[in-house]
Design a protein around this ligand. Sequence first.
Ligand code: UGA
Length: 428
Amino acid sequence: MRISIVGSGYVGTTVAACLADAGHEVVNVDIDEEVVDAINAGEAPIHEPGLDELVAAHGGDRLRATTDYGAIRDTDVTFLALPTPSNEDGSIDLSAMEAGARSVGEALAEKDDYHLVVVKSTVIPGTAEETLTPIIAEASGGTEGEDFDVASNPEFLREGSAVADFQQPDKLVFGATTERAFARLRAVYDSVVDDVPVVETGRREAEMIKYANNAFLAAKVSLINDLGNVCKEYGVDAYEVADAIGLDDRIGERFLRSGVGWGGSCFPKDVDAIRAAARAEGYEPQMLDAAVAVNDCQPERLLALLDGHVDVAGQRVAVLGLSFKPGTDDIRNSRAIPVIEGLQERGATVVAYDPVAVAEMREQFPDVAYADSAADALVDAAGAVVVTDWDEFAALDSEFDAMARPVVVDGRHVVERREGITYEGLTW
Ligand code: UGA
């Protein structure tokens, strides 16, 4: 098929490269000329395992990029993969989506045959139907259900394993109103996946499934963190408890790693957006409110454990790990941010280390000292906190001997409790 993808951020680029690899003719539309040039030159504009190879293989050939929305006229399907950032009150800002929909509509005004527009971005239930469809109808002069359809196809890929997640998803979710739209979505994915459950439903349902999926996972982590805090009070290892309860397949073993909490560009934004959407309808989603409240308190609990061993005012404290999870340099909503702020409020001198995310954190915290290695960060420190579960932190050993006081508070269950250090696990 001929497919256009509007937006070449994290999701747009991955989807474009994977669809090209599956044999489709793909064109990526983006306003950023540098990104467009990179794709056409066969270079991935973002870092994801496996993406470089796909963009190198197809960039400039089956995968092209352009700043011209007119390119979508030569395609059968357009995916909208534009950002939906948060407003102050947690609700989502749809302005990029609305502008994108308008440009797609204007391009379609000069197209004769039927076109399918697919919303990939995470949007509140009703957005495709009530906001985007009228914009496309007005800009194109066309009629929904005849000249075009607007479908919903949320994306569940994770940062750090985006290509693999897209190519081997747990499920596909298609929300549409006509058989023609469903058929076209099936045709897009036929060559990508094999034997994957496909949920065919309404657009509002598809939009809600995405929020429910992320909110459920975020709340699952908050629940194990809440239970983990209770475990800690009673001297119980929450990881032993999680291993046991995870054997009950109604609970499941995944997403039970307790610690300093969840961050990233999705969970915080999406949980806030669905809470704001609920409140807008007069419903207070108490479980989701609690999930956020627990998440907000974990960094302070980590620091309170450190306070129990050392008064950090005027002391060096090593912060190990800055990205929101291992395998990425993304620091958006990383738990390292409240941890650093809490240490600074206490008057500590923060020395931070991360294998890949130092440059990003330096922009936000220019006054923090950054070390070139975990070992360097630990030298003369009166305490260390582990915020990201990078594997290399598990290998630290004699490096702790260089600390002024070897107090280690682990927020991710990576460092082993051992002789010679005062070790505190956040929930174990
Ligand atoms: C998440 C979802 O997992 C994807 O399915 C979804 O498509 C994506 O958001 C999105 O909406 O775009 P991602 O943000 O890349 O993916 O990260 P996750 O691997 O889910 O981790 C999120 C956070 O939860 C991280 O800070 C991680 O450290 C934390 N986490 C995860 C825990 O603290 N404990 C766990 O057991 C699992």
